[in-house]
Design a protein. Structure first.
Length: 172
């Protein structure tokens, strides 16, 4: 069956969940065609190249653009990233108007901004304006308990040690 570029993709989000609510969210974002473009893993340690460093810098700057957000555990892998963002409660929040179906300050807005900023930086470095860096969507998980948060933080920290078995490793 041919792919219809105008067809709507099935959402992987929780129906009726407000992704602008305070809480911790785990995200995984994968490069276009799972291309290993951010560096390599050597002996369980990620050695980022310039593109990987650009991605790392953009993650670190999330709180500058989203004052309610605290970036938490994060790792740049050769062809994907894993990270936790915490949306903090700063009193009553009222969702603004949707912009391209994304609520301002929501997880979707945060990931969209991160992907856009890192794409621009990478494309400046490789002199390739408009080139795609990321796959269209991303994986998310709403973290609901402290033990879940601890487990996911450990998973993120240990991810380079498991690269040989990683589902995103093209040489697995």
């Amino acid at each position: 069956m041919a792919h219809d570029p105008g067809a709507r993709r099935r959402s992987i989000r929780l129906p009726a969940y407000d992704y602008a609510l305070p809480g911790a969210y785990y995200v995984t974002v994968v490069t276009k065609d799972r291309q290993a473009m951010f560096g390599e893993v050597v002996d369980g340690v990620v050695r980022m190249n310039g593109y990987g460093q650009a991605v790392d810098a953009c993650w670190s700057e999330i709180a500058v653009h989203f004052p309610r957000v605290t970036p938490d555990a994060f790792v740049v892998m050769p062809n994907h990233i894993h990270g936790i963002v915490v949306i903090n409660d700063v009193g009553a929040q009222h969702a603004g108007p949707l912009r391209n179906n994304v609520v301002p300050g929501s997880l979707g807005a945060i990931v969209r901004s991160f992907k856009s900023a890192s794409t621009k930086r990478i494309n400046l470095l490789r002199n390739a304006p408009g080139a795609l860096v990321w796959q269209r969507n991303y994986y998310e998980h709403v973290i609901r308990a402290d033990d879940d948060l601890d487990r996911i933080r450990q998973y993120i920290l240990d991810n380079p040690l498991r690269w040989e078995m990683d589902e995103y490793n093209p040489n697995r």
